[in-house]
Design a protein around this ligand. Structure first.
Ligand SMILES: *[C@@H]1O[C@H](CO)[C@@H](O)[C@H](O)[C@H]1NC(C)=O
Ligand SMILES: *[C@@H]1O[C@H](CO)[C@@H](O)[C@H](O)[C@H]1NC(C)=O
Ligand SMILES: *[C@@H]1O[C@H](CO)[C@@H](O)[C@H](O)[C@H]1NC(C)=O
Ligand SMILES: *[C@@H]1O[C@H](CO)[C@@H](O)[C@H](O)[C@H]1NC(C)=O
Ligand SMILES: *[C@@H]1O[C@H](CO)[C@@H](O)[C@H](O)[C@H]1NC(C)=O
Ligand SMILES: *[C@@H]1O[C@H](CO)[C@@H](O)[C@H](O)[C@H]1NC(C)=O
Ligand SMILES: *[C@@H]1O[C@H](CO)[C@@H](O)[C@H](O)[C@H]1NC(C)=O
Ligand SMILES: *[C@@H]1O[C@H](CO)[C@@H](O)[C@H](O)[C@H]1NC(C)=O
Length: 497
């Protein structure tokens, strides 16, 4: 019985792929609104009830737009990443003139962001400072998380039109610079070097200063000449770093009631140097700030997440790869290979068990591909039906193919029928499993193939009896000094018992 099961596993349980599951990850606390139109709001962020967010991470959703409070004003949130960043729109500073005199300024705006007492800083890695204008000085007057005044800036000349290079922000018409780390509060100021004496002959023009995400803005001459930037984009995307402040991973314990990370997550010190962020541990995904937010990834369900060619079993945080019983390898670097044709050990015992036909009848015979073709006429299993099914098993071992197999001249082919015709046409070599084909085995393979062919006779009466089959194989074992796969006999015995 056990052997039949083993054989069945060996034959049927090809690399198993687990059912694909697509758990919907919950990002918000239970009962809390998870989205504001198309922006996801992951806890510790939240809107509405104070249960829905951690202190300092409250947002508001109005008419489908999500807002964050940045001191004197609020900004629209575009995206929140659990990696500790938040993209939002921020206003740009501008000063527009109709003559070189400061008194003739037409319009101006100073952009201010104040994140003091909030767990955010302006991301120095993802945001840069840029200014556009002619003969202009632009600066960030800022205050950092380490309580330092910090002023950085850049200045630009104008020159003539020919010297402006589109796409190049390098001091003519446009300048840019990095921003200090840990910026909590800032205003973007604009001034002039030489009272705009160097300007081109424009009727009026504007100077601009902006904090902007990465490569979002590409300078173009048109922005200088047509003074459109203010209308085109009075707000531009800016990236903030957010973290759980006051503690680092080193000085907070997992048991501390204020510890923000849930189960199956790791504490990671924040890249901006303030506090820590949480990250789902390897093999988990979801929201690490929720108690049970990090959920196991079923690596087996996604081929790109596992390197298993054998039987893949999902485990918490990982997966296990193994080969079916009766085969060798680890399913990865060493792919699963059926052990070589174990005539002397397995088959004979298989027959012995197969003769106890309850199992074979219910399991093997009932399986399409193993079914005695006579059964379709008579609807009755006979002793010779076992012989047919056994013939199919032999063919599988000889060819390494499934009983319904894509080999052969037509796309899908009944393996048994194809095998019989190959034996009859004497072209077995095309169909045998290369693993078992060896010069010194030719005769054995011939004997076994012939036996299989006789078992597969469509007329049950012409098939040998099980006893004949057993005797034939027994004879083969005795007559051959070197039975098939003798070298594996030990392993096989172990895997059978
Ligand atoms: C899971 O579902 C989401 C939303 O329906 C979809 O965007 C995503 O591609 C799905 N993932 C997988 C692995 O099927
Ligand atoms: C968050 O809560 C504080 C304190 O109640 C409030 O001043 C602030 O406006 C709120 N922020 C938003 C974006 O609603
Ligand atoms: C930072 O600058 C402001 C005004 O520019 C000033 O009032 C404040 O005292 C300065 N703070 C420090 C710590 O230097
Ligand atoms: C720069 O781009 C503007 C349009 O954006 C174009 O009119 C101008 O010819 C370009 N200048 C150069 C030098 O490519
Ligand atoms: C961090 O410390 C400040 C000052 O002590 C306090 O106001 C704030 O609530 C603390 N934040 C957290 C998340 O504990
Ligand atoms: C934790 O460590 C950080 C960095 O060393 C320090 O700034 C902070 O004050 C410490 N917090 C506590 C509560 O010990
Ligand atoms: C978060 O964990 C993943 C693996 O689970 C790792 O690849 C990633 O680098 C981690 N992120 C940080 C910021 O440590
Ligand atoms: C993986 O599977 C093998 C064989 O079934 C077993 O011996 C091993 O303990 C499993 N490992 C884990 C981590 O489950």
């Amino acid at each position: 019985m056990a052997l039949v099961l083993l054989l069945l596993q060996l034959l049927f349980l090809r690399p198993a792929s687990a059912k694909s599951s697509n758990m919907s990850m919950t990002m918000a606390r239970p009962g809390c609104q998870e989205r504001c139109r198309d922006v996801t709001i992951p806890y510790p962020f939240g809107i509405g009830d104070s249960n829905c967010y951690k202190q300092g991470y409250n947002l508001t959703c109005e008419e489908g737009k999500l807002f964050i409070d940045t001191g004197n004003n609020r900004q629209q949130v575009l995206e929140i990443s659990l990696g500790g960043q938040l993209r939002m729109y921020a206003a740009i500073s501008y000063k527009c003139y109709s003559s070189v005199h400061e008194s003739d300024r037409r319009d101006s705006f100073t952009s201010i962001i104040n994140l003091q007492s909030l767990p955010y800083t302006i991301s120095d890695t993802s945001t840069r400072f840029m200014a556009i204008g002619c003969d202009t000085i632009a600066s960030i007057n800022g205050f950092t998380s380490s309580n330092r005044n910090s002023t950085v800036g850049c200045s630009m000349l104008c020159g003539d039109r020919e010297s402006v290079v589109n796409g190049s922000c390098s001091g003519i018409g446009c300048c840019q610079t990095f921003i200090p780390k840990g910026l909590k509060k800032m205003n973007l100021e604009l001034g002039t070097n030489n009272a705009h004496r160097e300007i081109m002959e424009f009727d009026w023009w504007c100077d601009y200063a902006l904090l902007v995400e990465g490569n979002w803005y590409q300078f173009s001459m048109a922005d200088l000449e047509h003074f459109h930037l203010g209308e085109k984009a009075s707000v531009v995307p800016v990236v903030l770093d957010w973290s759980i402040e006051n503690y680092t991973c080193e000085n907070i314990s997992r048991d501390d009631p204020s510890f923000a990370c849930g189960k199956n997550s790791d504490c990671v010190n924040s890249p901006n140097g303030l506090g820590y962020i949480c990250n789902c541990s390897q093999g988990y995904r979801g929201n690490p700030y929720l108690e049970n937010g990090c959920q196991d990834i079923d690596e087996c369900a996604d081929k790109s997440m596992n390197d298993c060619l054998g039987i893949c079993r999902n485990t918490p945080g990982s997966y296990n790869c193994s080969c079916p019983p009766g085969s060798k390898g680890d399913g990865r670097r060493f792919p699963c290979k059926k052990k070589q044709f174990p005539v002397d050990q397995v088959i004979i015992e298989y027959i012995h068990l197969a003769i106890d036909k309850t199992h074979l009848t219910t399991v093997v015979q009932g399986t399409f591909g193993y079914l005695d073709p006579e059964y379709f006429r008579s609807c009755r299993f006979t002793e010779k039906s076992d012989v047919y099914s056994f013939g199919v098993v032999l063919v599988e071992l000889l060819t390494g193919e499934k009983p319904i197999s894509p080999i052969g001249p037509q796309e899908w082919k009944n393996l048994a029928a194809y095998f019989v015709s190959s034996v009859e046409e004497n072209c077995l070599d095309n169909i045998l499993d290369p693993q078992i084909v060896r010069e010194d085995r030719k005769e054995e393979i011939q004997v076994v193939s012939d036996l299989a062919r006789r078992c597969l006779n469509l007329n049950g009466k012409k098939r040998p009896t099980m006893k004949d089959v057993a005797l034939g194989l027994e004879g083969l074992r005795k007559s051959e000094g070197q039975p098939l796969a003798q070298q594996n006999a030990q392993d096989d015995r172990r895997s059978i018992s």
